[in-house]
Design a protein around this ligand. Sequence first.
Ligand code: ZN
Length: 368
Amino acid sequence: MYVCGVTPYDSGHMGHAFTFAIFDVLVRFLEANGTRVKYVQNITDVDDPLFERARRDDIDWRELADRETKVHVRDMTVLGWRPPDVMPRVSEEIPRIVTAAAKLKASRHAYQADALYFDTHSYRGFGRLSHRSRRSMIRKLREEELLGTVGPDAKRDPLDFALWRTSRPNEPAWPSKFGDGKPGWHIECSVMAMRYLGPQIDIHGGGRDLIFSHHESERAQSESLTGKAPFARAWVHTGMVRFNGRKMSKSLGNLVKVSQALQRAPAAAVRLYLVSHRYQRDWDFEWTGLARAARLVERMRKFLADDARLKTPKRAPRRALMSEFNAALADDLDTPRAVRALRAALRQKDAAAVRAMNEVLLGSASLT
Ligand SMILES: [Zn+2]
């Protein structure tokens, strides 16, 4: 499983935490049922927004990336994740990215203009992952200011995207046969996913805002590189978290940081609140919702503490409770239904079931 990780330039907010908590439930559910999972989550430490932030704050981009990567790992550790097996950083994968770009050029999937571009006409089915028309793809690129220019010295088609570009002044540049420069965003993930997981992967995840253009482009260039399809057998995308009615984002300044939530509630409550939402839907973060989750966690903590103190004889979890819990998660990871099963286990005072469900839903997040 490959999940697109953070661009480390602003410490983790609830939108990030939602995505990674959901994929953590998925890993834990698969592993609890005997499937071995190799989990790769990258750190996008070579990215324009990161460089811009470093310039604005007059700080070395590597220092900024290191600091914010630590914040991300710390937040997710507190929220009880099973750490990814590999967390590759783009900055350490550059020679492989250059090799992949050269291979795409040699096989005529890429051409050189003012940058090295992927030729989207060389790949059949560009747009099929996101189910977007050509017009809608162009509109999205324009909205995200990723459209660039089309022309004799630039890209041939508005949908083509850069594999390798010249760096701007004050940006890092790496040597390559296409000139000193930096990789495009999409090729980074193709290369890291294939290095650690092979040419075809089972699950590729990320936030829904990545479907186009990131994953659409990643899929096209990966399949063009290997000649194997599908690149990913399942694409899993998480919804957006809103706050005060709008998508949480740095540009709108309406972020709720994980650290802020942890000041008001135990880690297990923050995590329970996150996973009480269906992964593919957008939802609104509300402090009252977090408080409700905290009350459930407190009931659970008391019940488990009493159970440990009274030394009740150990029993296997009730089968009906566990099978409802597993059926919920097997049904396209229906975590809200799994949380209802957890409530039922608590009502029926089945400590073993509560513990087993906690392990999957809340991981190692602390109840206090
Ligand atoms: Zn990615």
